[in-house]
Design a protein around this ligand. Structure first.
Ligand SMILES: [Zn+2]
Length: 338
């Protein structure tokens, strides 16, 4: 599989953080307005190998300084979606933490509305469907995260389809966030949880017990047969983010990325960027490297893309349309390779 072919094929992405994915060119413009100097700006991309997840997350400190007004949030959302659409991502679930955008007086609702107006603009010009996942933060207090849920309850926005917890799971595990997750489920939100990103496979088991249907990353289960079988039995989807997992040292290198191991063991997976800018990648690059180092075939690319659509939090109607369209475009390539 070559880069042009991968780029041309329709794709779907479920794990993409808005703040970590704003194109560099757009951030350069926003940096001027936010008075970010060059030395600070250099931190928007994480090192290719970080000491740990905490070092990886440092990039967000500088990026978030540039995303504190409705105008900058709207511009950033539009540019991020355009970049995904340009590489033929047809369905995107964009996630972000509204509580991290309140430094200059915006409310949670104003932040979400700014993201939504960026989506509306992007969808007018591009063949892409976008829904939103709202992230609570592991380092925030229960009271703060509950206030976020209370705000969400007043918002009647169809594009907000799910809830997630982001942040350092090594410091705050899933037991500690259980009451907030339960409340989100009671409020009718679908749940996906970042878990098993940093060797904490027990966190994946806990996330499934809490009611998560999808797991952000989840790669740590590769060494835990019990966690693997719980994922199989509960029909869980792992949102794999290869470049990010290698950067945070969750996985040693591309040669050791466990995609084929998961597929052979009937673990449902999809492929994602996590953070297009912080990880200096896009979905085409993720698939290209998996083809180069992990023998990903075009048939498997269709499998993980279909998984992304089927396990997305989109409406059944949209899923049907997307699956039909995607399968149609893949069909001639599958016939040629078989
Ligand atoms: Zn993530």
């Amino acid at each position: 599989m070559n880069e042009n072919l991968i780029k041309s094929l329709p794709k779907a992405e479920l794990h993409c953080h808005l703040d970590g994915s704003v194109p560099v060119k757009t951030l350069q413009e926003l940096a001027v307005k936010a008075k970010i100097n060059q030395q600070q700006f250099a931190k928007i991309q994480a090192p290719e190998k970080c000491h740990d997840l905490a070092e990886y997350l440092e990039s967000f400190d500088v990026i978030l300084k540039m995303l504190q007004t409705t105008e900058s949030i709207e511009i950033a959302t539009l540019a991020t979606i355009q970049a995904a659409a340009q590489e033929n991502v047809r369905y995107l679930e964009l996630r972000f933490a509204p509580l991290l955008h309140l430094e200059q007086g915006l409310s949670v609702i104003e932040v979400i509305n700014a993201v939504c107006s960026g989506i509306t603009l992007a969808q007018k010009e591009n063949n892409i469907h976008v829904n939103l996942l709202i992230c609570a933060m592991r380092n925030h207090s229960d009271a703060l995260n509950l206030s976020l849920l209370a705000e969400l309850k007043t918002l009647h926005e169809k594009r907000v389809v799910g809830f997630d917890f982001a942040g350092d799971e090594a410091k705050v595990d899933n037991q500690k966030i259980a009451p907030i997750v339960q409340k989100a489920l009671q409020n009718g939100l679908e749940v996906t949880l970042h878990s098993g990103e940093c060797g904490c496979s027990h966190n994946v088991i806990e996330a499934i017990h809490l009611g998560a249907k999808r797991i952000g990353h989840g790669v740590a289960i590769k060494d835990n047969p019990k966690a693997m079988s719980i994922c199989q039995q509960n029909n869980i989807l792992l949102e794999l983010c290869p470049t990010s997992n290698i950067q945070t040292d969750a996985i040693e290198d591309w040669q050791h990325y466990p995609l084929q191991f998961f597929l052979a063991n009937h673990i449902n997976c999809c492929i994602n960027t996590d953070n297009r800018t912080v990880s200096n990648t896009n979905l085409t690059q993720e698939f290209l490297k998996l083809a180069q180092y992990c023998q990903l075939t075009i048939k498997q690319m269709l499998e993980v893309t279909s998984n992304a659509v089927q396990y997305s939090f989109a409406s059944d109607e949209l899923k049907k349309i997307l699956i039909k369209e995607i399968e149609q475009i893949y069909r001639p390539y599958l016939e040629n390779t078989n």
